[in-house]
Structure formats: C-alpha cells, structure tokens
Design a protein around this ligand. Sequence first.
Ligand SMILES: [Zn+2]
Length: 124
Amino acid sequence: MGRLTCRCGHLIPTNHDSLESYRGDLLPQIHGDKWAEKELEQLKALVAAIESGQSLADFTAPGSSELVVDALLPWKISGDSLAEFSRSVYQCDVCGRLLVETNRSNEFRTFLPESDDSHHILDA
Ligand SMILES: [Zn+2]
C-alpha cells in the first residue's frame, strides 16, 4: 500500500482498492467531454456484446462469478475512463490539507482550508 506524506508529517494511505472518506477524484472540466465519450463507447460496446449473445461475464471478466462481475462492471463502464481523465485528491485527517494530484501522476500540490469545518470536506 502506498502512502503520501502530508506537509504536517501525517502519512495518508493511498490504497485505491477501498472507499475512504479522505479520498476523491477530481475531473477537470476540460476533460469532462472526453470522459463522457469514453463512457459512451463502453456502453455501446456492452450493448453490442449483449446483442451478440455474450454474457455480462464474457464482457466484463470471462470466467468470473456473478459477484465479481457485479463489482467490476461499473468500473469497466465508467471507472476505468474516469481514472484516465481524473486526478486523485486526498485530505489529511490531522491538518485538513487537500493534496491534489497535478497533471503528472503521483505529483501533488497542497491547499490549506480556511476554516475548521472544511476538514472533512470529502466525506460530506
Ligand atoms: Zn496534514
């Protein structure tokens, strides 16, 4: 599991496999259309696969159980393309800083909140 070190010294886990209240995705508006186009392509591919007789498992993860397919299908339709165009955002539990990924993977800039009520802004 990776970690980011906040400027205050707190270590922030960067495990992307779990849903954490201190983590989010930022989709710059300039990439919104590209993300929507890619999501539409995936939806069209799903419809074509179903129309050709493929199962959801064949389309998503051949040989997988229904449980795995249910978990992976949303990622295949939109999550994969969201990950391509979005940037990761983390909020430090200790000082409230936002760590926003730049357009370079794993490079972050920090922003301090102006008030204490902004310390858990990603879990609201
Ligand atoms: Zn911090």
